[in-house]
Design a protein around this ligand. Sequence first.
Ligand code: PLP
Length: 482
Amino acid sequence: MSDDSSSRIVADLRAWIATAPAGAKLPSTRTLVARYSASPVTVQKALRALVAQGLVESRPGVGTFVQAVRPARPADYGWQTAALGTPRGRRAQMSTVLRTVSNDRIALHSGYPDRELLPVRLVRAAFTRAARSDAAIGRPPTAGTPELQSWFATELATATPAGVLPPVAGDVIVFGGSQSGLNTTFQSLVGPGRPLLVESPTYWGALMAAERAGVRVVPVPSGPQGPRPAELARAFEQTGARAFYAQPHFANPTGAQWAPRTAARVLEVVREYGAFLIEDDWAHDFGIDSVPVPLAARDDSGHVIYLRSLTKSVSPSVRIAAVVARGPARDRILSDAQAESMYVSGLLQAVALDVVSHPGWRTHLRGLGQRLAIRRDLLLTALREHAPDAVPELVPRGGLNLWVRLPEHTDVARLVRDCEDGGVVVAPGDEWFPAEPTGAYLRINYSGPNPGAFPDGARVIGRALARQHPDRCPAGGADPDR
Ligand SMILES: Cc1ncc(COP(=O)(O)O)c(C=O)c1O
């Protein structure tokens, strides 16, 4: 075998590939051997080099083909800068929680539960049944299939106290995930240039949706017990806002659950100001030490717009959520939903309904709470032991995250980078603040893969922190990396 003859074949084939259409088949090895008077080994070596250069792909047993996308001259997209102008908002970048990372990393950043927390068997069986049904073929109504609407309404109705009119199926609009529901709700009920009160910190996706709808976000500080009702009233008064977006149960990112008195007072304030409470019950199925009772269950006068998602509890591939709204607000949301996406896949609606109506669903949810408790406590123990400066003040009673306040003057971006260098991915808290962050925070998720690696993850966080605060040595000894 000679390197020279292999390079000669590569050069010759490159010239041929440059003019060949994408997907064109290269001559067989035997033909190339004859054409170049080279050995099969030399020809194979040349073909491997072309594969490595991304010019061809080899399909075993079929042949070698010119790559569909070939590296060409660097594209010049400069004209787009002029056509697009400056971006509308500052939140154009992708959120950390949506990053996919390789399996060798310890992933504490994602917002989506690992498959061991999902009802995998129920979902697979539901897909099989739905594929055989008319749901795989037909077009569902814009507001959702009546059966699924009915299920969402009944869920909320079971929490409705006596004396309050329970919601009905017609109040429910099915969305392809809560994110889509938030986008439409902000657009329909607030609108461009108008103020929307939000807890601070709050869900980054809600901030993105608000920005997209062009609404003006007004932060209202929120602690472990929820927002201070007096502060909320002041914000309504000062801004003239008519809507407040909030997560009363296991908030993302803080894990906070509002005290019952706070919840009751917030409802009163919202009514007083003739406003909407947009209640995002994203973690309804992730209660650990507490069962969330939606505020929406206590409202029959159309003040609460209620969002309930199944995406994270049924399957991230079954993106189904509902917005429950009454009165003209419901009609406006429905009309915008129609303009946005017309309807949500009937197949996915059938799958979601099949899963949540199955007797195994309740059993799954009971086990889920226990598994989340184990994971949450495992991560807390690991942080206490290896990263005592990263122990959260609040132990969440549900949800998927720990919200960690770091020592003053921590450079969060550097910390996140150092953790990443150590194989651990965490989310910087800044992404959850509607305005300047009020401190250095990390959001650490305990629902990702491999909880057995939590102690290693905590160790890396502890060391990265110790590098920035050498006077505060982490538990478990000095940093061996220093
Ligand atoms: C608070 C909150 N609301 C809404 C969503 C979006 O839910 P979905 O996946 O159903 O779009 C998320 C997802 O992380 C969330 O954390």
